[in-house]
Design a protein around this ligand. Structure first.
Ligand SMILES: Nc1nc2c(c(=O)[nH]1)N[C@H]1C(S)=C(S)[C@@H](COP(=O)(O)O)O[C@H]1N2
Ligand SMILES: [Mo]
Length: 412
């Protein structure tokens, strides 16, 4: 049966082949998209539906095969993004099925290690120091759909990101067990998914050895205190805090330490940004040329999470502005809020710090003294002076959107 025939029967097929009655699919309520509802192209919004993948609550469907589903905006009111609403993004449609973690093997090899290792899940959980870190996983193209003119790719709103507590083993400790040779340049890695067509380049990525051996980079088997959800990379995910999610390999099976730059489509053609125009700092030198380089750290950003466009407040009542702020791991120094469309700014209060790779909540309270329209904006600054632009910095692939949000409210 094709998609149209299924539809006639009132059935739709989910990304993983599950058939569901049509009633379970709802038109995405604009408010689920948060402030993205005004910025996404109209056509994109009309096509979107809510759909529940196995193990997930309904998420906003972007594409079906490979599955790309974003987290509804309302969940960003929480510091930890619940596993069952954490976004799902795959490049390749062949997702491993029926994984039994008892048979899972992680292989470490390559021309730049002393010896090859094969680790079981049990080995990982018993033979290494167990560590935990809170870190934001954010797709390079998160908020791509907000760019105007539009950039090609999945038209994400705000929902291709989530914050979680990851538990696992330091990559550094695993590499040391295999024995890093002096000529080690990059750590490459692969996951168990693949393309449907043999011609589709397998999703294999690499990071420079200097990043791979940072304390924060871990091979994780737990997310928010539970096994990694199936569609988020069960049973193992490489967690690369500070860097965009393209490096966070799901269903991790192979780590290859190499003395020459990884040469494949996903490093040489995809996920690259202009050397001088894109505002990130960390350089992936072995993959860089005079024009472009791989995207590295997550751009500094902030969002308002508790106020909707057009929301009406009563004069005389205090208004609380709450939200989230994050950067690539330098540490947020200050969040400023404007209620007059950017004319004046005041400092918000930063809430609990869960570590420099986690996002952070902020709040700001003001009491309007007259009726009318108020334009609320929020802007973050980090410890190295990076801040957010008023107008988006357009990037041809739609990476790194971090323009200051503007939300109009009314006081009556
Ligand atoms: N094996 C595998 N890992 C992957 C990908 C993939 O397609 N396959 N996509 C990457 C990208 S681009 C993103 S944004 C994140 C998405 O992670 P999530 O589905 O857990 O949210 O996984 C990364 N790791
Ligand atoms: Mo991504």
């Amino acid at each position: 049966m094709n998609r149209r025939e299924l539809l006639k029967k009132g059935l739709l097929m989910t990304a993983t082949g599950l058939l569901l009655p049509k009633e379970m699919f709802a038109q995405v309520n604009k408010s689920l998209l948060g402030p993205a509802a005004d910025l996404l192209p109209d056509g994109t919004i009309k096509e979107q539906i809510l759909e529940a993948l196995p193990g997930k609550k309904p998420l906003i469907k972007k594409t079906f095969r490979a599955p790309n589903y974003e987290t509804p905006y309302k969940y960003f009111n929480e510091i930890f993004t619940p596993n069952d609403v954490f976004f799902v993004r795959y490049h390749l449609a062949n997702i491993p099925q029926g994984i039994d973690e008892k048979n899972w093997k992680l292989k470490i090899s390559g021309d730049a290690v002393e010896k090859t290792l094969e680790l079981t899940m049990e080995d990982l959980k018993t033979k290494f120091e167990q560590v935990e870190i809170v870190a934001l996983k954010a797709c390079s193209g998160n908020m791509r759909g907000l760019f105007n003119p539009h950039a090609p790719g999945v038209q994400w709103g705000y929902g291709a990101m989530g914050n979680a507590k990851w538990k696992g083993v330091r990559l550094k400790d695993i590499l040391n067990k295999a024995g890093l040779k002096a000529n080690a340049l990059e750590v490459a890695y692969n996951g168990a998914d693949s393309g449907v067509m043999p011609t589709t380049p397998d999703f294999v990525k690499s990071i420079p050895v200097w990043k791979a051996t940072q304390e924060e980079v871990i091979v994780a088997y737990e997310m928010n205190g539970e096994p990694i959800p199936y569609l988020n990379g069960y049973p193992l995910v490489l967690v690369v805090p500070g860097w965009t999610a393209t490096y966070w390999m799901k269903h991790l099976t192979d780590i290859t330490v190499i003395s020459t730059p990884l040469d494949n489509f996903w490093m040489k053609n995809a996920y690259r940004v202009s050397v001088d125009k894109f505002p990130i700092r960390e350089r992936f030198l072995s993959q860089m040329n005079s024009e472009d380089m791989p995207i590295t750290e997550i751009s500094i950003n902030s969002i308002i999470t508790n106020i909707e466009k057009g929301q009406v407040f009563k004069l005389g009542q205090p208004i609380e502005v709450k939200g989230l702020t994050w950067d690539g791991g330098y540490g947020i120094k200050m969040v400023e809020v404007s209620v007059d469309g950017g004319k004046t700014w005041a400092e918000a209060q930063l809430d609990k710090d869960y570590g420099k790779f986690s996002w952070r909540q902020f709040s700001y309270v003001f009491k309007p003294n007259k009726k009318g329209k108020y334009t609320i904006m929020v802007k973050a600054t980090n410890s190295i002076g990076q801040t957010q632009p008023i107008e988006p910095i357009w990037e041809p692939h739609g990476y790194g959107y971090n323009a200051i949000q503007k939300i109009d409210i009314k006081v009556i």
